[in-house]
Design a protein around this ligand. Structure first.
Ligand code: NAD
Length: 256
């Protein structure tokens, strides 16, 4: 209990899936939680559900001005930002996206949310954290480690998140800011996005799921709390000496 007591935490894409589970867990563990999402209504509903010490914002992570608004309002209200969880992300814009059938527009849309959104989050977090330190947790994926032929743009975007995380960590470490920055790499997690993966390959989605489950050493897909627990660790002071790390949360899938 209370592993992030009194920390001020911002979770993006918090209205659903991994972001929602993470916001709820950090809140249970004593943090003041700011939940933001493109879907402002769903973010507000979550804030009402969680109750005290939770505020919601409608927030498109691609927009620099929106980051200014959310981060500055957080600092004005709470005096600081201790933890940023860059969770918001999208899989693909339409159907299968191999190297042959990904349009430049589709490619850019995925990079805009998954890479530019995280980059802007890191910039704004460093801006307000550098006086007193903090923790930035970026949601990457096993897609940063393995080939992703049907989600070509997504894999590249998550590779970029893995890499930029290390640059932020190294810069902040050398500058003596006390800011840690780490990436989390989930395998298939049971969320809307996790389900959508199996609709992209063109085959029988149920058959693909069964085949893929059998390839996970722990014998199941992950649930949002499996990832939230790892984010909690990286957000907390238990991870005081952990920076530039990539924490894989995939039931052993990438190891076999
Ligand atoms: P999800 O689709 O269930 O939820 C994503 C949330 O992000 C939604 O609430 C959506 O409204 C929000 N969002 C989308 N675009 C946004 C934008 N421009 N600005 C703000 N919010 C926006 O996804 P999830 O499965 O919970 O995934 C969360 C993160 O974890 C993503 O970065 C994803 O790439 C990563 N991830 C997921 C899996 C998986 O299997 N589910 C695996 C590896 C990595």
């Amino acid at each position: 209990m209370d592993r992030v007591k009194d920390k001020v935490v911002l979770v993006t894409g918090a209205a659903a899936g991994i972001g929602k589970a993470t916001a709820a867990l950090l809140h249970r563990e004593g943090a003041t939680v700011i939940v933001s999402d493109l879907n402002g209504e769903a973010a507000s509903a979550l804030a009402s559900e969680l109750g005290d010490n939770c505020t919601a914002f409608a927030h498109d992570v691609c927009e620099d001005s929106a980051w200014h608004h959310v981060v500055d309002a957080t600092v004005a209200e709470h005096g600081r930002l201790d933890v940023l969880v860059n969770n918001a992300g999208i899989l693909a814009t339409a159907g299968s996206q191999t190297v042959e059938d990904t349009s430049l527009e589709q490619w850019r849309t995925v990079q805009q949310v998954n890479v530019e959104g995280v980059m802007l989050g890191c910039q704004h977090a460093v801006r307000v954290m550098r006086e007193r330190g903090g923790s930035i947790v970026n949601l990457s994926s096993v897609a940063a480690i393995l080939a992703t032929p049907h989600i070509f743009a997504y894999g590249a975007s998550k590779g970029a998140v893995r890499q930029l995380t290390k640059s932020v960590a190294a810069h902040c470490g050398r500058m003596g800011y006390g800011i840690r920055c780490n990436s989390v790499h989930p395998g298939v997690i049971e969320t809307q996005m996790g389900d959508a993966v199996f609709a992209l390959g063109g085959g029988d989605a149920e058959q693909l799921k069964a085949t893929r489950t059998a390839m996970v050493p722990l014998g199941r897909f992950g649930v949002p709390d499996d990832v939230a627990n790892c984010v909690l660790f990286l957000a907390s002071d238990d991870a005081a000496y952990v920076t530039a790390a990539e924490l894989v949360v995939d039931g052993g899938y990438t190891a076999v």
